[in-house]
Design a protein around this ligand. Sequence first.
Ligand code: ZN
Length: 273
Amino acid sequence: MPEGDTVYLAAKRLDAALGRRTVTTSDFRLPALATAQVNGRRVNEVSSYGKHLLFRFDDSRTLHTHFRMDGTWHLYRSGERWRGGPKHEVRIVLTAGEAVAVGYRLHDVALVPSDREHELIGHLGPDILSDDWDLLPVLDRLAERPNASIAAALTDQRIVAGIGNIYRCESMFLSGINPWLAVHEVPEADLRNVLQNAHRLMMGNRERASQSTTGDERRAHFVYGRAGQACLHCGRRILARNVESNIRDIGAANEQRVTWCPACQPAPTTSQL
Ligand SMILES: [Zn+2]
């Protein structure tokens, strides 16, 4: 599932291709938006908030899309062959001059007055990839959910927007935090530390396609995707467990598989392992 840094980069590339340009043709291949069009509208900007992507047009409308598990935007030159999947998976095509943006498998597509954007993204916590990100409001939001596991809380987009499973697992590892502690059991210094690690890792990757957290592309992650393998720090076997959640912003079950090192991220009592 795309994490916030993937959405940030997609917005940046779409903004470079379509931003400050006029849409020459638009094609919405969704029943709810079958008659919608933005032809002749200038794209003021394309931006992201957490995992949400927003096109803002000069007629005070905003197009909202979400990738969820498998969505993606592809950019092509006019006349170039599309390669993002079968035609029936195309949801939106926006052409501006030579640039063609094709949205595949998009979810939560909505075209709304820009002053109603809050109805789509107002529930989200601070965007971890924002230039003015501040962790204090995130600590406040964590305090409102004291009994959630820290693993569940870090990808709860209402607490902090943008973190997905990769950066959740990696930042908990780097902070030495056991994923199954309840939020109220984690000292505030550790909460700050894990958020700072997630922020640092994601800011480091937001301008590029890599999601490596180790600095080594051959061993891109410390614990994410490494269940059953040896910890790079201590050699213990990496464990995995699904985090239970009904939060719809998180994604499908296989993306909720949390991995951790039982030695580097010890639980206070063995019963929590
Ligand atoms: Zn370890």
